[in-house]
Ligand binder design. Sequence first.
Ligand code: AMP
Length: 568
Amino acid sequence: METTRWSYVSGTSDVPLLGVTIGDCFDAIAARFPDNEALVVRQQGLRYTYADLKTEVDRCARGLMALGIAKGERVGIWAPNRAEWLITQLATSKIGAILVNINPAYRLHELEYALHQSGCSALVFAPQFRGADYSAMLYELLPEMRQARPGHLAAGRLPDLRTVIRLGDEPAAGMFTWSDVLAAAERVSPADLAARQAEQQFDDPINIQYTSGTTGYPKGATLSHHNILNNGYFVARLMRFTDKDRLVIPVPLYHCFGMVMGNLGCITHGATIIYPSEGFEPLAVLQAVQEERATALFGVPTMFIAELDHPEFGRFDLSSLRTGVMAGAPCPVEVMRKVHSLMNMREVEICYGMTETSPVSTQTRIGAPLEKQVGTVGQVHPHVEIKIIDPVSGKVLPRGQTGELCTRGYSVMLGYWNNEEATRKAIDAAGWMHTGDLAVMDEEGYINIVGRIKDMIIRGGENVYPREIEEFLYTHPKISDVQVIGVPDERYGEEIMAWIKLKPGETADEEEIRQFCRGQIAHFKIPRYIKFVDSFPMTVTGKVQKFRMREQSIEELNLRAAASMRTA
Ligand code: AMP
């Protein structure tokens, strides 16, 4: 039957989905490749074989059980990339606790929201990162912690939160240290852990990641073992990963790019995970690739741009590289070409997807024509379906026409945590996740992402929701109205701009507005450009026309070159 006329594809595969939990999969790989290097954390000077990592993971899992963490409870993690992140990820999946990823750039306003909305009963956090003192922030949010017995917190603002665990071994009021957790493992036997692990089902929720989906305030995309284990497995499989591959992961672990495509991609193949630094540093990435003889490298486009532009780029030997992934934001074709030729990543691939779909839905393939490898986001993933629809009528469009990309299959999240209404809006009755991305599919099923209908900005791979910044700025006493847009930027893809209307008689300057944001919202959400206005461009029905604001700003800020960059 003729099916190619329509923008619909179904990803066939002769490799079945994995029907196991993350914990069982990890144990099987650790038994198969005990002496393979599993994890290298350069900034901590740590190296673990698969056998070592399993010992640490099991100890952490037993320690968390000893602290009374039950199946289904939420455990937040607020830390940059380090060994304990992966250990906590695997330990929580063994005991069936749901890991809640919290962006280390989050500040009080955002942290409180995530912990409260997910109802976390425990939080694991790093003492500091990039000059920010996380303990001080937590004492500010939870003053009761100064008097609390560790594990018995009862705080007014976060009533569900009982247990706070700080990485390291330095004691602090009201908290356990990481060492305390490992020591508590003595109270739970390996047999108890095995029994708990055996209770888990692969369709159980295991991870919550905050994202705003297509609109509005952050929502907790809730993902199962099955969702993310399989997605990591197939991403790495399409990169032809084996137990000999060594992957440098500079992308943050709080996002699925790091913890699913990176961590689970490696763990399903017995490959080596390498963290070059706590947060992204281009020099540390180049050093890690050379010194660790890495075969693969991940990054959002901004990271590859920073590595290629680094003044010392030319002195590094990157000849061990073979493959890797660029994803998370529109990928400039020219940057892809340079990654191919100058970084020796002949088999680099582009992935496209979103958190709600575990995340990857399309991937370019090794061996495809070069133009398709650098100029499209590839073809549908194994076991996944994609259709492109007219956003108004909902009907599938013919090939070659632009519409909203929808995804269906094992990879679609269970739903948004405690938010049925938003879940129903995102996933329709037939099981399709509506992505809010505009795409076009060619005759061979290659896909290009050509725009977004959702109200979202991507700055250097970080998603930013205008509404969230607008709501925050409304709390400024001098602001009467505010509209936030994304404007094109050659380095970050997009930058944040706020158009602000002040209350009658008020005056303010840009610095004053930025100062108001510091410490309350993450640095990447603080507007780079601020324009004070008397009114916004409106439709006759009173709706703000953000596209007009964008056009006008591109002219005024002289951003035409960045606006015309070609992407996959
Ligand atoms: P997140 O949920 O943080 O993974 O963000 C998902 C969104 O990032 C998608 O809905 C797209 O708008 C965008 N995105 C991810 N990968 C790509 C890509 N390869 N090209 C263009 N946009 C992308």
